[in-house]
Design a protein. Structure first.
Length: 330
């Protein structure tokens, strides 16, 4: 009897500790997936699913947080988010500094919304030689600029770069402090409007597939909650279908436009500069391959640029940044 009592007394603290641990793990599992997103049509598209409560219907608890673009990556790097929407090239930049992510879903590729907008009198990329250009150094606009310069035999040394946050580029171009800026919608469109006679001398339509926009997840979250991320992907493609269905597109555009404070009748043109991929299109891009038709090839191109222009020092292990299993398994 004494032995049984002693054993009981010994096991009680262990059982209590186990119960606390179990409750803690359950509470952790019940926490919403935190996703940072920002003002880009392929990411504003998430708003359709948010407004329609499709995540609740799918049985996954998700909390979206709205940021300026670079601030969203900073929050992810600080461990405040489970996932963030960013470009494939910027996933490498963020990862090179220690904040590894895994791209599980392709939202779109930029099809004209990323632009080099030049002041009046500058009619081509070649005309940028010797000019001053405002760009967010080290991020996606920088890559687009370098690609454009190389296409006409120029390099970074042929221009002067001024580091400007993307959302401030329209004002900087209008001030006359720079000769051109690099930005994406809506900032690129604002620059064209605010500076009469300005011209988009190069856009992402000139380099399709150079910039893919993705949902990038922390490896820890993907490992422990992959079933939830599968539900997130299912909801995403439900939103894509809703956006492109002629019967529901007007409603989708209204929802997206309201998120960013743009009249709905103007948002269609912004959306058209973004090629949001269907599931079948995304599955093709998720196949391993070279060149910009593949997320792997496009990301390798970004990696080469980033190393060449010393955005970071060491080449990144591309395969570690991409997990196609969710997209290919749908």
């Amino acid at each position: 009897m004494k032995i049984a009592t002693t054993f009981s007394n010994l096991i009680k603290p262990f059982a209590a500790a186990l119960a606390i641990t179990t409750c803690s793990l359950s509470a952790q599992a019940a926490e919403p997936l935190k996703i940072g997103y920002s003002d880009w049509p392929g990411w504003v598209a998430w708003e359709v699913a948010i407004e329609k409560d499709w995540f609740d219907e799918a049985g996954v608890d998700v909390e979206f947080e709205w940021f300026d673009y670079v601030a969203s990556m900073d929050a992810f790097a600080a461990g405040k988010l489970d996932a963030v929407t960013m470009t494939n090239g910027d996933a490498l930049v963020t990862g090179s500094s220690g904040a590894q992510s895994v791209m599980i879903l392709i939202n779109d590729f930029s099809n004209g919304n990323d632009m080099i907008v030049a002041s009046p009198g500058i009619a081509s990329v070649a005309d940028l030689k010797g000019k001053t250009i405002g760009v967010e150094v080290g991020f996606v606009g920088h890559l687009l600029l370098l690609n454009a310069l190389e296409s006409v035999g120029l390099g970074e040394s042929d221009v002067t770069l001024v580091n400007v946050p993307t959302n401030e580029t329209p004002q900087v171009l209008a001030s006359g402090d720079v000769d051109a800026i690099v930005a994406w919608q809506p900032s690129s469109g604002q620059a064209l409007t605010q500076v009469p006679g300005s011209t988009a001398v190069y856009t992402s339509k000139d380099a399709p597939g150079l910039i893919y926009d993705v949902l990038a997840v922390s490896p820890a979250s993907l490992a422990t909650r992959k079933a939830d991320w599968e539900k997130v992907a299912e909801v995403w493609y439900k939103a894509v279908d809703y956006i492109y269905d002629e019967e529901t597109q007007a409603d989708a555009l209204s929802i997206m436009a309201a998120r960013v404070g743009v009249p709905a009748d103007q948002y269609k043109a912004i959306l058209d500069g973004t090629k949001i991929l269907s599931l079948e299109e995304a599955q093709a891009v998720m196949q391993s391959g070279e060149g910009t038709d593949s997320l792997y090839g496009s990301t390798a191109i970004s990696d080469d640029f980033n190393v060449k222009y010393e955005v970071y020092t060491d080449p990144q292990a591309i395969d570690s940044y991409i997990d196609p299993s969710i997209t290919l398994g749908m």
